[in-house]
Design a binder for this molecule. Structure first.
Ligand code: NAI
Length: 242
């Protein structure tokens, strides 16, 4: 019961990594708000004990403002925010339209910013809180995922800046950099045996990551076990970028 009685918001909580974070948090005693734009997928996690599904569009400031005040009103506090929702794209740079770029930035970079903007003030009032931002290993190495990598680089810098800004108010902010994880987002890669083999060859631990690999570290950073850790960056990629 490593996060017992804590109130946690997990964005993108209806699929992949976020869904596993929701499952692990509720198993460890937290009240979890699974927040996602996909209302259909949310119905499954809503059946789990201690889980409350809320529709959220991370790219909308109004949606964030409504979620933060609803959760504060209903549950009295917010202890944990996991900014996990995201989208990906692999277009070559010259094929990326301004609209493609804006959508990527709006969801992957603005989303975590707006989440911190609306949730951190509630944590400041409490004098405690933990925010975990899911960036990507592509923010740290050149892999040709241009708009995606840039959007995740923004999350990296935002995490550092927010960690220094909120530290004295008792709010910690850390970032995680997953490698390739087995989720719906990486379905195309998983089903190409050539790409999969190349990737596994290049990964010292010799396999893809699982949502559990990421959720376990998110749990640690969200719990009081990491109470002196803020502004940290944890790469979880089986050694791919080592
Ligand atoms: P996924 O596609 O399985 O899940 C993403 C979730 O985000 C979905 O439930 C989707 O409905 C939700 N979402 C998308 N746009 C949204 C919006 N505007 N508002 C609210 N929710 C929205 O993806 P996965 O793999 O679980 O990814 C989770 C996070 O991890 C993402 O930020 C992704 O960029 C990051 N990541 C994933 C890696 C991987 O290999 N799967 C590697 C590195 C980072």
């Amino acid at each position: 019961m490593r996060v017992k009685d804590k109130v946690a918001i997990v964005t993108g909580g209806a699929s992949g990594i976020g869904k596993e974070i929701v499952r692990l948090f509720q198993q460890e005693g937290a009240t979890v708000i699974a927040a996602d734009i996909n209302e259909v997928a949310l119905k499954e996690v809503a059946k789990w004990d201690l889980v409350h599904a809320k529709v959220l569009d991370v790219s909308s400031e109004e949606s964030w403002s409504a979620l933060a005040s609803t959760v504060e009103d209903e549950f009295g506090r917010i202890d944990i925010l996991v900014n996990n929702a995201g989208i990906s794209s692999e277009k070559p740079l010259e094929e990326i339209s301004i609209n493609d770029w804006d959508i990527m930035m709006r969801i992957n970079s603005f989303g975590p910013f707006a989440g911190i903007k609306h949730v951190a003030p509630i944590m400041e009032k409490q004098k405690t809180g933990s925010i975990v931002n899911i960036s990507s290993y592509t923010a740290q190495i050149g892999l040709g995922l241009n708009a995606y990598s840039a959007s995740k680089g923004a999350v990296r810098a935002l995490s550092k800046a927010a960690a220094t800004h909120y530290g004295r108010q008792g709010v910690r902010v850390n970032a995680i950099f997953p490698g390739v994880i087995e989720t719906p987002m990486t379905q195309a890669l998983q089903s190409s045996s050539q790409m999969l083999n190349q990737l596994i060859q290049a990964t010292p631990l010799g396999r893809l990551g699982t949502p559990e690999d990421i959720a376990n570290t998110v749990l640690f950073l969200s719990s009081d076990e990491s109470s002196y850790i803020t502004g940290a960056e944890i790469v979880i990629d089986g050694g791919f970028s080592a």
